[in-house]
Design a protein around this ligand. Structure first.
Ligand code: DAT
Ligand code: MG
Length: 150
């Protein structure tokens, strides 16, 4: 649906490496609509909720430490097939397996420093949006919509 939403996050390494603008530009240029945005230095507790499904994995403690090491950019993007296409735009979990042209394929190399997050399903997107934006997203009209969608 044209109203599908996904949770996209620029991880601490993406912020430190000044890739925020480039990553946002890709979603803007593709035609997605930004409906929520904030810079947040998340607590370990909050990040453990975000990655609850991975608790027990050997890399979990390192993942939480990395994600809590600095601020992240939390965003919600809306538009046609936002969840699946958002993941395609990010690339594979392992940057070395990410195609050139994807965000990870163009900007990073290591699995544990893969600079961005994107929801893996519509259900996870809804959960993640509630977790990161309990205040809700922003409602507004984008005048470009009629030129992006039939
Ligand atoms: P994704 O971020 O592509 O949705 P995921 O949800 O399976 O991947 O894992 C979350 C993050 O954890 C991922 O971006 C990087 C890290 N990670 C996943 N699998 C890993 C592994 N086998 N070794 C090290 N880090 C891993
Ligand atoms: Mg995931």
């Amino acid at each position: 649906s044209v109203h599908e939403r996904t949770y996209i996050m620029i991880k601490p390494d993406g912020v430190q490496r000044s890739l925020v603008g480039k990553i946002i530009t890709r979603f803007e240029e593709r035609g997605y609509k930004l409906v929520a945005l904030k810079l947040v230095h998340a607590t370990q507790e909050h990040l453990e909720k975000h990655y609850a499904d991975l608790k027990g994995k050997p890399f979990f403690p390192g993942l939480i430490k990395y994600m809590a090491s600095g601020p992240v950019v939390a965003m919600v993007w809306q538009g046609l097939d936002a969840v699946k296409t958002g993941r395609v735009m990010l690339g594979a979990t392992n940057p070395l397996q990410s195609p050139v042209g994807s965000i990870r394929g163009d900007f990073c190399l290591a699995m544990g420093r893969n600079i961005c997050h994107g929801s893996d399903s519509v259900e996870s997107a809804e959960k993640e949006i509630k977790l990161w934006f309990p205040e809700g997203v922003v409602q507004y009209t984008s005048t470009m919509e009629t030129w992006i969608f039939e």
